[in-house]
Design a protein around this ligand. Sequence first.
Ligand code: PLP
Length: 405
Amino acid sequence: MNTIRKDFLSSRLDGIAGSPMLALIAKTAELRAQGRDVIGLAAGEPDFETPVHIQDAAVAAIRRGETRYTAPEGTLALRNAIARKFDRENRLSYSTDQIIVSVGAKQVIYNAFAATLNPMDEVIIPTPSYPAYAEVVRMCAGTPVGIACDVSQGFKLRPEQLDAAITPRTKWLVLCSPSNPTGAVYTQAELSALGAVLCKHPHVWVLTDDIYEHLLFSGEPFATIAAAVPALHDRTLTVNGVSKAYCMTGWRIGYGGGPRELIKAMTTVQSQLISSPCSVSQSAAIAALDGPHDFLAAHQATYRERRDLVVSGLNAAAHIRCGTPAGAFYVLASCESAIGRSTPNGGVISSDSEFVTYLLESEGVVVVPGAAFEMPGYFRISYAADSRLLNGACERIGNATSRLN
Ligand code: PLP
């Protein structure tokens, strides 16, 4: 057996968890391979195919011989397309040297923290939150400072909470809107109010993760903080990518716009880590950002129908409650009233993780425990799946909860 000494592994990884969603996706595949009838709703990825015009752009890039390393910060052509996108969709002005292209939005986030955090630096993260923020902060020797934003405040950070959490060591505030896992969306007015607090604390920067920008059902226009509060433009990193809107999770292209010096430092990190993002995917991303974009409205309408189906299906199930999220493709539902109840085989459900295990074992439905997002007592369901599966999942969840005493 191949064993390594415990101290061979870096202490940098002490207490760092791998992605819970990726672990659940692997578990779903394993159960299916064993012949189990499983509905997997843990993955945060569109079930639609990458649009054909984007696929065609990638094939054409290969045929043109665009198969070599590119500039470490991404091709000039793609950075120009991103600059046009920021200008057209967000009223944000970034020159091409204020833009970096990375292997997914996740790597943009890593680059930013690796390039800026020193030991003891604090990063404010409103919770429930996407798990990678806190784990990447820890990997980069920083200290994540979670601020609990519960359902009574729509899972959104309040200005007074932000003000109270800022210390001389605060380096970043992370915002994610529409949010994974809550689907909560900040309005322009809410961002302005948070911005007013930040204007009093010029040492605090903002990383805004806008990856779900195009999955918005509120009817209000999408708002992002560097546009809502122009005074913050020079200390904001606006992160986005093609994974969710353009159904390109596997192509691995994300990007960030921010101050030149920050982008330069992030490029240094990236050039030693990956040399450059995939050349073919970069050409595909140009086609994605330049359009056509008509399919976005159709996808949005479909997601909205699915959201409504899941919200009513879950609220019809015993011991489950959820609100109606305004964006992304997740519902974060409370299973608090299922906790403490006994299952048909005599076990007692003592946490959201055990509730999720009970759903998996009794009904073959895979969802993510709220604890993964620092929201115990809840679970997250992704509705990026077709309606038949979602109906089936809600029915199975209802069956499972009706058997709890
Ligand atoms: N940010 C959030 C909030 C996400 O939910 C995800 C993926 O689930 C990412 C970033 C990562 O996106 P990418 O595929 O661009 O790395």
